[in-house]
Design a protein around this ligand. Structure first.
Ligand code: G6P
Length: 612
């Protein structure tokens, strides 16, 4: 995630670009930059680490930069820590090509090696500088002009991108293209605008062109032309935007949480792509080799909140696949219980923000005992990412809603992939099983999409139970781990008291709380435990419970026991948390809005908890 903007017209470009970026800060805010050009003079680039206000101060609100053509960027670091060097715009050595990018270039290492062989050097750690220099390379080699150089580069680049580019030889024009990253273009009077999202330009125009994947746009003063990669012209009609400015920031969704729920297929794909290359899990960027994985004889997973629940799922998956002892701890407990860590332990810290005080303290405790530490973190350059020996990033992008959804889903993916790689390194699964698991994992984003499509049923159910005062979530194995997250979602945003229980444990006390109408939500995704789950649900029903069941397509006799059943697509039993959690996120969300609560900012909570 990052935000990009572009402007060409008769006004000073920089203040307009800064204003546009301020509407895109929700897409990332660790550094920002502008490239502006006055007529055919040289392109001036200014960048600043930190929030957009740093860049505003550095450029006197944009007034310090002369020129009426420019591009801008607000960054959410993926490759390379937040720093001025890594901030966009990026440029080729002679500024022939100046570029801003949103997305992830998966084969950037390969392209970078090729460019180095052709005499290029690199000043940053970003995948974007690679794209800039690749375009520069084709531009100079074939001399076919900007569109041709872009088209050749697009054929070589794997991954997602939205690019806005200025070419030194083409003053008065901005070139743009995209693949799987958003971009819109607006034309009004003598001006043309581009942006990652509508709010950035809504102040200037409500007439917007949607550029499709692999199309190229050429913006001039008050003009835009579109073509294919083969330079065939494309005719497009603008769409009139009717949203107000505030809902536009949420891309038309009512709340950030539901927007982020819908982003899950995309960010799960990005996370898989960042770690799986040519059919293999590649942890080399985190400095983890197969040999190193073989050296561990136990694993400790430490985290807080939903990240802890990811740890519980990972414990089941990792122990089952890799046959290695795994212990999961709540960070605030781990740090004070003088944990016993043998030298051949691996300690995994999971954290969206990378700043949670207890998780950071747990990491320091593990490091002080001299064991290897691996952080699974979303925010690049955060404290936990900086201090851990090894880091794997999730590619969730900025998460705004306090209740996590997409970060949780991407953390699960990393948990699966580390487990699969560990299992293979330890000889617990052969090449065939390894390939089968990775192939199945690739189907998860599309299956998540299908579960989200069914959201109206959950909405209906939430409306029916909007007065519920309590609920129980029950499951066995991985389904118990999913129950923990479902229960937390319900508590934190809809303020309904709920408990998650291992289904077999309910009868040892808690079942006395079940009475007429008590809501019990059973998760039944583990085929091997299905019959036992049905029995546990029947025990609740015979005491008056109203039963909701979440199970795999095909298990239709669940309806003989449950009063309301939600089906999820079939997948490998190790991966079901990724699908079963979706209806539970939706249930928490719809209960909250049905009750008229502030779903994105629930009372008493904070997104990043930097105190004990
Ligand atoms: C807070 C948030 C939770 C989150 C937990 C851990 O309590 O409200 O959603 O799971 O912190 O945060 P982290 O950033 O370490 O994942």
């Amino acid at each position: 995630m990052c935000g990009i903007v572009g402007y060409i017209g008769n006004e000073l470009a920089a203040p307009i670009l800064l204003d546009g970026l301020s509407k895109l800060e929700y897409r990332g805010y660790d550094s920002a930059g502008l490239a502006v050009r006055d007529g055919d003079k040289t392109i001036e680039i200014v960048k600043a680490k930190g929030r957009l206000k740093e860049l505003k101060e550095k450029t006197d609100g944009g007034m310090a930069l002369k020129g009426s053509c420019g591009i801008g960027h607000t960054r959410w670091a993926t490759h390379g820590e937040p720093s001025t060097e890594n901030a966009h715009p990026h440029h080729s050595d002679d500024n022939a090509v100046v570029l801003v990018h949103n997305g992830i270039i998966e084969n950037y290492q390969f392209l970078r090696d090729k460019l180095v062989k052709n005499g290029y050097s690199f000043y940053s750690q970003t995948d974007t500088e690679v794209a800039t220099k690749l375009i520069d390379y084709y531009y100079k080699k074939y001399k076919g002009g900007p569109v041709e150089a872009m088209a050749r580069s697009m054929m070589r680049i794997r991954g997602s991108y939205a690019l806005a580019i200025m070419f030194k030889d083409y003053p008065g024009e901005i070139f743009a293209t995209r693949r799987d990253s958003p971009m819109i273009i607006g034309v009004e009077g003598d001006a043309a605008y581009l942006a990652s999202d509508v709010p950035a330009i809504l102040k200037y125009t409500r007439s917007v062109y949607y550029i499709d994947n692999m199309e190229i746009a050429r913006l001039g003063k008050g003009t835009v032309r579109f073509c294919t990669v083969d330079q065939e012209p494309i005719e497009k009609q603008p769409v009139q935007i009717t949203w107000d400015a505030e809902s536009a920031e949420r891309a038309g969704f009512e709340h950030f949480m539901i927007k982020e729920i819908h982003e899950q297929p995309r960010v799960v794909t990005d996370t898989i792509n960042s770690l799986v290359r040519e059919g293999r899990v590649d942890l080399s960027e985190a400095g983890i080799s197969e040999e190193m994985l073989r050296s561990f004889s136990q694993v400790h997973i430490v985290a807080c909140g939903s990240a802890y629940h990811v740890g519980v799922v990972t414990q089941y998956v990792m122990e089952d696949l890799a046959r290695i002892p795994v212990r999961v701890d709540i960070a605030s407990e781990f740090r004070y219980r003088r944990p016993l860590l043998t030298p051949d332990s691996l300690v995994i810290i999971i954290s969206q923000s990378g700043e949670t005080a207890d998780s950071l303290a747990a990491l320091r405790e593990a490091k002080s005992q001299g064991v290897q530490t691996l952080a699974i973190v979303n925010v690049v350059g955060s404290s936990i990412a900086r201090e851990a020996d090894h880091v794997i990033y999730t590619y969730a992008g900025p998460e705004i809603a306090v209740a996590t959804t997409k970060a949780y889903s991407t953390q699960l993916i990393v948990g699966y992939l580390v487990s699969i790689e560990l299992a293979h390194a330890r000889g617990q699964i052969d090449d065939g099983e390894y390939g089968r698991l990775l192939t199945e994992l690739r189907t998860i984003p599309e299956k998540i999409e299908r579960v989200i499509e069914d959201k109206e049923r959950i909405q209906w159910f939430a409306a029916k139970f909007s007065n519920a005062r309590e609920a129980f979530f029950i499951g066995r194995g991985i389904d118990y781990a999913i129950s923990l997250e479902g229960s937390l979602k319900m508590k934190e945003i809809s303020y309904v008291h709920s408990e998650a229980y291992a289904a077999g444990e309910l009868k040892h006390g808690t079942i006395s709380l079940i009475e007429n109408g008590t809501l019990v939500i059973g998760i039944l995704t583990q085929e091997a435990l299905y019959e036992k789950m049905i029995s546990n649900m029947a025990e609740c029903k015979s005491r008056g419970a109203y039963l909701m069941g979440i199970t795999n397509y095909g298990n239709y006799n669940t309806e003989d026991t449950a009063d309301f059943t939600v089906y999820i697509p079939k997948t490998d039993p190790h991966f079901t948390a990724s699908l079963a959690v979706i209806p539970l996120q939706l249930l928490g969300y719809y209960l909250s809005i049905t009750k008229g609560l502030d779903v994105d900012k629930p009372r008493n909570l904070a997104k990043s908890v930097t105190v004990e």
